[in-house]
Design a binder for this molecule. Sequence first.
Ligand code: GDP
Length: 365
Amino acid sequence: SGQRGLEDAENSLRELAALAETAGARVLDGLLQRRANPDPSTYLGKGKARELQELVAAVGADTVVADTELAPSQRRALEDVVKVKVIDRTAVILDIFSQHAKSREGKAQVELAQLEYLLPRLRGWGESMSRQAGGQVGSGGAGMGSRGPGETKMELDRRKIHTRMAKLRKQIAGFAPAREAKRSSRKRGEVPSVAIAGYTNAGKSSLVNRLTGTQELVQNQLFATLDTAVRHAETADGRSFTYADTVGFVRNLPHQLVEAFRSTFEEVGEADVILHVVDGSHPDPESQLRTVRDVIAEVDAQAIPELVAFNKADLLDDSQRLVLHGLVPDAVFVSARTGEGIEELRARIDAALPIPDREVTAVIP
Ligand code: GDP
């Protein structure tokens, strides 16, 4: 896999840096390690771990973010070498979700996901840190990866955490009827909506800009659209509808986050059409497609008509197009950059949108 593998690792690392910045960190430097099998003890291996320690000391970092999910023992062993806090990708993503959850349901779901993540990591979390920082771990609790039910709750024993998780699950189940009522009370003839779903960096924002003719800045921050941005549009025959930009998906999204996604993805479940944007130039579009569809199914939105758009068509050659066509035969090829396929996509969206019921006016004789 050579070059591809390296490119992919670099892309993933770049995405991780963007995630860490979204979580409020300042990214100082990066280090790439290629090895067939992770070292069972420190993941990186002795030499590379020492190199990392030197880098940490040189740039004055206070946290190392690993682009993988580390076993608790590996994280501890690595902390012993680098002498600063080590967190993994999942912790960063959880952190972002805890910052962005607004509703009570969303907050409960993120806390549940955090506890699920925490439970197997409970033993020894922060041990090496307290050894060297004189037991100061968790005093601030505001550092990346330690928000929410982080180190301040670390003293809770597993039983207490299980009790809390059971309570959260019950609480979350209690929200479901209200959500269902909201859904079924949707008025007929309401302005229809198109939900944009897709992997982070697929070009969702760029494409919506094209479709709506707006020139909004394409945000560099991941999850800039965690709070759904709704934009107004019109079909060719003058019917209004809305585009709802949803949160982007990321690589290696841990399963415990799918539930947390549920609340942020409510809009997808409420939409009349899902516009699923896929980066056609991505090395593995099939896995992106699958990841996003899995989550669509998880939020009970699989019955909503899905329109797949392979974006970045300007980067595709004929053989790539053929493969993509094989994956989703009725997909539209578009380029937010050059405008290719935009008219066709508009027409397909128009056709997929429901015709609103005509208003009936009672005539009183
Ligand atoms: P989002 O995270 O899905 O909203 O993706 P963005 O709209 O932020 O785009 C991600 C990156 O892909 C940006 O650097 C865009 O400039 C680039 N991009 C978006 N659409 C296209 C396209 O059609 N062709 C090419 N070559 N690049 C694109």
